[in-house]
Ligand binder design. Structure first.
Ligand code: ZN
Length: 141
């Protein structure tokens, strides 16, 4: 993983390693940069795509596995603090060779072919994530 900080130190580009896990590398990059509140963007390509869908009735995530090669057409998310640690939350839309797209909540399980991320430090600390009684999700407080 290669990190290129902006001159003002508030943003960075991260070149992710071929063969590494997409989510784990994003999380490591955010940790290395010391972000506790920020935004994340990522584009690239992966081999094997694992995303999660939140079942609103069951109040649980279900993993969705999409074998093969995928383009990350759009990856966008944020950084906040959960359990006293930086927490990366990214949603991805990915496209297959025929252009069809799938999307969902990024979880570990996507092997990077090539990917580039942009992160921006918003400064300070994002509101602590907490379990929301209505949705069952950890949301910003
Ligand atoms: Zn999500």
């Amino acid at each position: 993983m290669r990190i290129y900080r902006s001159d003002d130190g508030k943003a960075a580009m991260i070149g992710l390693d071929h063969g590494g896990d997409l989510y784990e590398q994003l999380a490591a990059g955010v940790r290395d940069l010391g972000l506790r509140a920020g935004t994340v963007q990522v584009i690239g390509a992966v081999s094997g795509l694992t995303l999660a869908y939140y079942d609103q009735d069951a109040r649980e995530y279900r993993n969705l596995d999409f074998p093969g090669h995928w383009e990350i057409a759009s990856g966008i998310g944020n950084v906040s603090v959960r359990d006293h640690q930086p927490f990366v939350h990214v949603h991805v839309v990915a496209s297959a060779e025929d252009g069809r797209a799938v999307g969902g909540h990024l979880v570990p399980g996507c092997r990077v072919f090539a990917a580039e991320a942009y992160v921006r430090d918003l400064g300070g600390e994002a509101p602590i994530r907490r379990e929301d009684e209505v949705t069952g999700l950890a949301v910003w407080g």
